[in-house]
Design a protein around this ligand. Structure first.
Ligand SMILES: [Zn+2]
Length: 314
């Protein structure tokens, strides 16, 4: 009989809940996150959605390995606790999530969301076949995770590999939400995109006023249509991501870097651009690090969380 696991991806705007078996999402449900209102207030709705999903699929609790949570913050996965949040689910450090997870009858696992996406891509997606994988997820922020020699990199305080978005791309750059200056996230993420366009001295005010508000979909669309100012900003962002990827390569020595997030709708532009930059700039005398697009999209963190529930702390 097949075994199942539940993977929950607690995003800032949407919670995604997947029922997983054999490395495959059988069914996915979504829930409005309302993350500014805290996690505690959403747990009853989360429970109801999971129970409804299990009932609809005819899966008994005895068939469940357990529940894995993918969380947007710093997490101590050994103790099953959230350590630090950043404007999403700020009450999570006070909640006994292990009790919630175990109430479904199996094991419980919780870890950082980008780290869970990295595990998903490593086992089932763009990083398959290598035991040295870095994954970077580009969206509102820039998330990161690292698998080195077949193990998740965690560090002394559970934050190693998670802070790839906060590697410095420009030490004179704008202030980041983390307190540092010129982080990859501050220089090229959706959260900062309005300021990135507005503060670029090469871009005219008319361009800014005509096209605001900005997101990467719009920016890549304009650039793809040949708008020269959009091309400048797009390439600036890709240069920042490339600098971040080179930093990650120098730090973690991967064979492959998997890029994910909503921007990868434009993978056909981004992957070859960053591959070329990495080939030029990374110090890798053994050969070339392969740059690949996420193959799992928004299922990556669900599949990673489910994998960790079934296989234990990696
Ligand atoms: Zn930062």
């Amino acid at each position: 009989m097949s075994r199942y696991a539940i993977g929950v991806d607690l995003g800032g705007t949407i919670v995604k809940i997947g029922l997983v078996t054999d490395g495959r999402v059988v069914v996915m449900r979504t829930l409005a996150a309302e993350s500014a209102g805290g996690l505690g207030a959403r747990l009853p709705a989360l429970r109801e959605t999971i129970d409804g999903m299990l009932a609809a699929q005819g899966v008994a609790r005895s068939e469940l390995d357990g529940l894995g949570l993918s969380f947007p913050g710093l997490v101590d996965s050994a103790r099953g606790r959230v350590l630090s949040t950043n404007a999403k689910y700020d009450d999570a450090t006070e909640i006994d999530l292990e009790a919630f997870g175990r109430s479904f009858g199996g094991a419980f696992y919780i870890d950082n969301d980008a780290r869970m996406a990295t595990v998903g891509e490593w086992r089932y997606g763009g990083g398959r076949g290598s035991d040295n994988v870095v994954a970077m997820t580009i969206g509102t922020g820039v998330g990161c995770g690292v698998v080195m020699e077949g193990r998740l990199v965690r560090g002394a305080h559970h934050q190693a590999g998670c802070l790839g978005g906060h590697l410095v791309a420009d030490y004179r750059g704008r202030r980041c939400t983390c307190g540092n200056r010129g982080c990859v996230e501050a220089m090229a993420s959706s959260f900062f995109l309005d300021r990135i366009v507005r503060e670029d001295v090469r871009v005219g005010e008319a361009f800014y006023e005509r096209h605001r508000p900005f997101d990467f979909k719009k920016l890549f669309g304009l650039a793809g249509a040949g708008d020269p100012e959009a091309v400048l900003v797009r390439d600036e962002c890709m240069d920042v991501w490339a600098a971040g990827v080179v930093n990650l390569i120098h730090a973690y020595d991967p064979e492959i870097v998997v890029l994910g997030g909503g921007v990868m709708r434009s993978a056909g532009v981004i992957v070859p651009y960053i591959q070329r930059k990495v080939d030029e700039m990374a110090w890798t005398p053994w050969g070339k690090v392969r740059i690949a697009a996420s193959e799992l999209g928004d299922e990556a963190a669900i599949l990673g969380a489910a994998y960790c529930v079934t296989n234990g702390n990696l």
